[in-house]
Design a protein around this ligand. Sequence first.
Ligand code: FES
Length: 159
Amino acid sequence: MDLGFEREAVAARTTAIVEDHLQREAPLLPILHDIQSEFGHIPEAALRLISEMLNLSRAEVHGVMSFYHDFRREPAGRHVLKICRAEACQSMGGEALADGLRAALGLDWHETTADGRLTLEPVYCLGLCSCAPAAMLDNALYGRLDEATLRDVVAEAGR
Ligand code: FES
């Protein structure tokens, strides 16, 4: 896609989304949700425009984005694996499991494999605490994970 056209398209769509929410009492979160749902992430050009239109600093908008783990600055890979890092999963070895996977894939949290196949995200409770440790690949939930089953889940993302 032509980059000039892409920038214009982001600006036009972002402007329309912000205008749709301007009358709300706290418009920033719904705007960010709509932008991410439109583009799959929050493009830099959109972030700049949102801060201008809401009369906020970029740091304020960025602060809200980084507080909520679901907002992305870059497009995600074709699959997103969310590994639970909340208490029940931690107490059942979830952190060690995640550390092993991160080392095996050479990824840190929020990073994507070089082939664009998989993005690794932390999540803080998937409602599967009694089946900890838990993870979610795209919309599919997995519980009682160990190294082997987590490897199988990651292999699913290769199909
Ligand atoms: S703490 Fe991991 S699913 Fe609830």
